[in-house]
Write a protein that binds this ligand. Structure first.
Ligand code: FAD
Length: 471
């Protein structure tokens, strides 16, 4: 490779990293940039990450296929792929198995790799455990030396002109976990860890803590294996189902720019009611908010964002992050048959005893179960993560937490915003690590746009630097 080839490290090869790598390769063709994309992830597969690694046909996409194209400018790309793979089997309104989507994403990257551009892809199956600047903190760099050195789990250094952090969802937080449960074979801290569910002791009911999307998947998986499931969360709310058929779309509401959180809440409720009256379904109103959610979020002062997360997030989640109708039916059947029971409840204590776990709730109830599964969803507060890369970025000053704690502080283009006065490093992020800035950021419709925009920004920034070197 000539000395002037640009090296962009993409850390994480889930959906976000895979789409970023594909977009970088495609953009390198358009911009005629000599580029090596280094896609780094310990996982053996590409494009699957946590969500699409499952091989169960019962694990369905939470949104209809028509919303899941890899490319913001080619909305039919996924449905066309489905049709080529199995003509006439799926429509855009179907919730198809997530495993199929993982296959599609791997194909998207393979196509970009085989494309006409000068860009090359190098896959590195390792974890990145650290990043440091090696240009003395000067941006843009005055000489063609790499500006970042990544440290791989093996200890190997890897140089890069820029890096995109696509680290995705971290394991669930454990602040609620009673000390006696830690280390018990009857407690599962991360239900998405490969093989973890299968390793749970089989006898007795399972208590799932959390009643969101993760709980639904895990309850249905355990229920199919003949296991009784109890699920609790503070509110006991379940994700609502998607409509059985495609819905019309409505324009988003126009909001007074000076509105505070209470006025916004009232305006949104009346918008959803108006949509229910006009279109016969409240979901139309919720879905119409998607293009303006980040803008509304960014208008709120940090105190109101914190208030939203404390008071309204659960209600928002059950309406916004819905489940496929087939999953809702299976859940209802399980509940009607008494195999699945969902109630409000907060674990106060849990102690493993011989062949079970004795759980005590804050309201004084007790329950004996065979296993406890943490379904509280990914830990999103970067200050609480036990991850060497994230912790290192925070302590070295290359990154700062968002004021809400949810992910990193970022510029609108996703570039990491270091603490005040430090020059930004050539580090970008997308997906869950931008939650504090955007609120809704971890589903494909958001991720594909971020991947497209980051690829353009990174290459434009680096080629401008290259031009200066060559001038
Ligand atoms: C069960 C589930 C179902 C979902 N269903 C849908 C759906 O139907 N539709 C939808 O739009 N969204 C869905 N989502 C949202 C989902 O978060 C996104 O669609 C997408 O999968 C997120 O991809 P990601 O790459 O950001 O994260 P992840 O899938 O979490 O991938 C992150 C990758 O980064 C790697 N990594 C992390 N740290 C390092 C490191 N230090 N070094 C190297 N590699 C690292 C990990 O190994 C992992 O492979 C679902 C999420 C879950 C959990």
């Amino acid at each position: 490779m000539p000395e002037t080839a640009l090296r962009v490290a993409v850390v994480g090869a889930g959906a976000a990293g895979t789409l970023t790598a594909a977009q970088l390769l495609r953009r390198s063709a358009a911009l005629r940039v000599d580029l090596e994309v280094r896609l780094i992830d310990p996982a053996a597969t590409t494009g699957r990450g946590v969500a699409y690694a499952t091989d169960s046909v019962h694990h369905l996409l939470n949104v209809p296929a028509a919303w899941m194209s890899a490319y913001p400018d080619v909305p039919g790309d996924f449905t066309d792929w489905l049709d080529r793979r199995a003509p006439g089997v799926h429509t855009g309104a179907h919730h198809v198995p997530r495993a199929l989507y993982g296959e599609y994403l791997a194909g998207v990257l393979a196509d970009a790799e085989a494309g006409p551009g000068p860009g090359r892809l190098r896959r590195i199956h390792e974890r990145v455990v650290g990043v440091r600047r090696t240009d003395g903190g000067v941006t843009p760099t005055p000489t063609p030396t790499p500006t970042l050195t990544l440290t791989l789990g093996s200890g190997e250094p890897l140089r890069a002109d820029a890096a995109v952090l696509a680290l995705g969802n971290f394991p669930p937080g454990e602040a609620w976990v009673p000390p006696a449960l830690h280390g018990s074979p009857r407690y599962l801290s991360d239900p998405w860890a490969p093989g973890a569910l299968a390793a749970l002791p089989r006898e007795g009911a399972a208590l799932l803590v959390g009643t969101g999307l993760t709980m639904v998947d895990i309850a249905l998986t355990l229920g199919r294996a003949g296991r009784t499931v109890r699920a609790v969360s503070r509110h006991g709310l379940l994700p609502l189902p998607h409509a059985e058929s495609a819905l019309p779309t409505a324009p988003p509401p126009s909001l007074d720019p000076g509105a505070d959180i209470h006025q916004i809440r009232r305006a949104l409720l009346s918008h959803v009611s108006a949509c229910r009256r006009t279109y016969g379904n409240w979901r139309v109103g919720i879905d119409s908010l998607r293009p303006v959610t980040a803008e509304i979020w960014q208008r709120l002062p940090v105190t109101d964002r914190a208030r939203f997360l404390r008071q309204y997030q659960s209600l928002w989640n059950v309406h916004r992050h819905r489940i496929p109708p087939a999953c809702a039916r299976a859940l209802r059947e399980g509940m009607d048959a008494g195999r699945i029971r969902v109630t409000p409840g907060e674990v106060a204590d849990a102690v493993p005893v011989e062949d079970s776990v004795m759980v005590r709730f804050r309201d004084g109830r007790t329950l004996r179960v065979g296993a406890v599964v943490n379904c509280t969803g990914p830990q999103e507060d970067v200050r609480r993560l036990d991850d060497p890369l994230v912790t290192g970025l925070l302590t070295s000053g290359l990154a700062a937490p968002d004021p809400t704690g949810l992910g990193f502080r970022v510029a609108p283009c996703g570039r990491l915003h270091p603490p005040a006065d430090s020059p930004p490093a050539p580090l970008w992020t997308l997906g869950a690590l931008r939650r504090g800035a955007l609120l809704e950021t971890s589903a494909i419709p958001e991720i594909r746009t971020q991947a497209h925009d980051i690829a353009t920004t990174v290459l434009t920034t680096l080629t401008a630097t290259l031009r200066r070197w060559n001038a």
